[in-house]
Design a protein around this ligand. Structure first.
Ligand code: GRF
Length: 193
């Protein structure tokens, strides 16, 4: 069984999709814990599924490195095989990434390498893109630059707002993220014990 820790910052709809999928023991992965960088509303999904949560807020620390060290200690406490950044809106320092990659993945609402960063949907609309989408990738030390695992395209509809487009992207994103985690679970179960 693949042990997974998920990190979030917001509403946690991707987390919810993972919790629902992994509730089936045949899926082959279990979410051991959910962490956040703020008391995110999405933590409620973990509570509903009886999954432990932790919050490590940067404001409680003197610098980013100390914050990330404590976040990493919380993550590693659950001995995950895979850590999923599912709408985790902070850049992690190289030490954090090095400790977990390549078993550290992120979901990003654009077709990378187009529109990296925190405002991918807004940036795609501002650029007049007619197609955008989702990328699931391994996290490296850059911002949304790591090796890509899966992408899915979403066409931009005329006159669509950022919120409308992001909601449609998230519908695709949840399925794609579940698929990627399923593939990690299958790889783990196919390895010799
Ligand atoms: C997702 O689109 C993620 O890619 C982006 O923020 C959104 C988080 O959505 N970085 P949710 O919290 O999973 O609903």
């Amino acid at each position: 069984m693949l042990s997974v820790v998920v990190l979030i910052s917001g509403s946690g709809s991707n987390l919810r999709a993972l919790l629902e999928a992994t509730a089936n023991p045949l899926f082959g992965a279990k979410i051991r814990a959910v962490g956040a960088d703020n008391p995110a509303t999405g933590l409620e999904h973990a509570d509903l599924f009886g999954v432990p949560t932790f919050v490590v807020e940067p404001s409680q620390f003197g610098n980013r490195e100390q914050w990330a060290e404590t976040l990493l200690a919380n993550v590693q406490h659950f001995e995950p095989d895979l850590v999923v950044l599912a709408g985790f809106m902070r850049i992690l320092p190289p030490e954090f990434v090095a400790a977990l990659t390549p078993n550290l993945i992120n979901t990003h609402p654009s077709l990378l390498p187009d529109f990296p960063g925190a405002h991918a949907v807004r940036d795609a609309l501002a650029a007049g893109a007619t197609r955008t989408g989702v990328t699931i990738h391994v996290v490296d030390e850059g911002v949304d630059t790591g090796p890509q695992l899966k992408q899915a395209e979403v066409l931009v509809l005329p006159g669509e707002t950022e919120a409308q487009l992001h909601e449609r992207i998230k519908l695709v994103e949840r399925d794609l993220l579940v698929d990627v985690v399923r593939e990690f679970a299958q790889q783990k179960t196919s390895l010799p014990a």
